[in-house]
Design a protein around this ligand. Structure first.
Ligand code: EPZ
Length: 415
């Protein structure tokens, strides 16, 4: 779903939506599969452009990677250390392939990763950790060449700041490194726990995932397994915010409410009805919503940075103001321009977005500038009167296999 999307606002949402597998778990799992000695099957994977980019990277380095129905089958050791520039430069998660390829081949030629322009997003902490584990890093312009002629060895590493990706890089390198790796200041996101569970089922020895202290006993031979990645808590958050914006009653199935508790709590405080189940949540909105006041994002279990634009979109017409500060990325609110075009009283400054709320939204022509900001424009359009045309939908396709179809199945009128 590239190009543009047209949303006819004012249609309440009813029904049940199944939450797909999490993009931010599937991508690291695909990088981890490079370390496995046997074939890996990931079950029920959504067709995301970021996933397709990872398959291209895997094929370019000599692995076999193909869809088998809704599953992904990846096999074969890598034989080439040059990562393809286009995919590497386009997608942030390409950095996750560096450690496994370096561990398997002793060398990897990659590039500074791209990804949504929500901040500088350097990879210095990934490289610091790998250097401390025996890698040499040479940077020539945009290209990065990592070598480890003597292989990788365990280390004790303190992350300078919370980083999901850098935590995953250390976990992957630690599985191949000789000796023990101890990581302080690890990110605690559920996707980290999912990666550790995968690695341990393959024969790895990763302890402490989900806490800020992770230990990995290496080297370990990882066999291939079949694995179902965890559900996408940001997709679940998108659905909850969509109901809050559009009105209606929706069951969000296949994702524990615990995984996106801050979003559900905020919407409930704003006036939505939330019924939490074991593996699903029912979210309803009938009347007027109230502003949520001051909100701050942070590492799990705080409000996810990826959900910030979505919560803002749900509260654009609420009675009362909402102020969201993103403490993870410095440029998360590119979507504010689109919100304003729809008539919302918003003001973005640095890491903060202020939503005055109150007024009705009207359809407009807007452009997505990043993945979650694009999804937030769709959510806002559901609650606007009239038609909204959203350009730049290729950004949305990076993280949603069919956001229009998913919402259409609940009664939204989207082409
Ligand atoms: C992951 O990005 C996710 N992507 C992001 O989701 C998510 O927003 C982010 O984690 C935070 O939860 C994937 O998992 C593929 P970080 P990542 O390293 O790993 C700084 C989406 O919409 N930093 O936790 O890149 C960095 O600049 C995407 O699905 C360094 O300074 O995020 C940022 O300010 C967007 N040096 C902060 O840390 C480094 O070496 C957190 O980044 C690494 C990170």
């Amino acid at each position: 779903m590239g190009g543009t999307m047209t949303v006819q606002g004012g249609c309440p949402l009813y029904g049940t939506a199944e939450v797909p597998a999490a993009k931010n778990s599937v991508l690291p799992l695909l990088a981890a599969s490079v370390l496995c000695s046997g074939p890996v099957r990931l079950e029920q994977v959504p067709r995301l452009s970021d996933v397709e980019d990872c398959l291209s990277i895997l094929r370019a380095v000599g692995c076999a990677a193909a869809w088998e129905g809704e599953d992904l089958a990846v096999s074969g050791p890598p034989s080439c250390c040059r990562m393809p520039l286009a995919e590497t430069a386009r997608m942030r998660a390409s950095v996750l392939f560096a450690a496994p390829l370096l561990a398997r081949l002793g060398r990897v030629e990659t590039a500074l990763p791209g990804g949504c322009r929500i901040g500088a997003r350097p990879v210095d902490w990934h490289l610091m950790a790998l250097e401390q584990m025996g890698a040499q890093v040479a940077q020539a312009g945009e290209r990065l060449v990592l070598t480890a002629p003597a292989g990788l060895h365990g280390t004790e590493f303190c992350l300078p700041g919370p980083s999901v990706g850098a935590t995953e890089t250390v976990m992957l390198a630690g599985c191949a490194a000789r000796g023990k790796t101890l990581l302080h200041g690890a990110a605690r996101e559920p996707e980290i726990f999912d990666l550790a569970q995968f690695l341990n089922r393959c024969g790895g020895r990763v302890q402490g995932a989900g806490t800020d202290e992770i230990t990995i006993e290496g080297p370990c031979t990882l066999r291939g397994i079949s694995y179902r990645p965890m559900p996408d808590r940001i997709c679940a958050s998108t659905l909850a915010c969509a109901v809050a914006a559009a009105r209606g009653w929706v069951t969000i199935a296949g994702c524990s409410p615990v995984l996106y508790a801050p979003v559900l709590d905020i919407l409930e405080r704003a006036g939505c009805t939330v019924v939490r189940g074991q593996d699903s949540a029912r979210v309803g909105r009938m009347g007027t919503l109230r502003g949520a006041g001051y909100l701050v994002t942070g590492g799990y279990p705080d409000l996810a940075t990826d959900a910030a634009p979505l919560v803002a979109a749900a509260l654009l017409s609420a009675e009362g103001s909402t102020l969201i500060e993103d403490r993870v990325f410095e440029a998360r609110f590119g979507c504010a321009e689109g919100f304003a075009a729809m008539g919302a009283a918003v003001k973005a400054s640095g890491r903060k977005l202020r939503v005055e709320g109150g007024g009705p939204l009207r359809g407009a022509a807007v452009t997505a500038r990043d993945l979650r900001g694009g999804a937030a424009l769709v959510v806002a359009a559901l609650g606007a009167q009239g038609k909204t045309r959203i350009a730049g939908c290729e950004y949305i396709a990076r993280g949603y296999a069919g956001l229009g179809e998913m919402l259409g199945g609940l009664g939204a009128r989207i082409e």
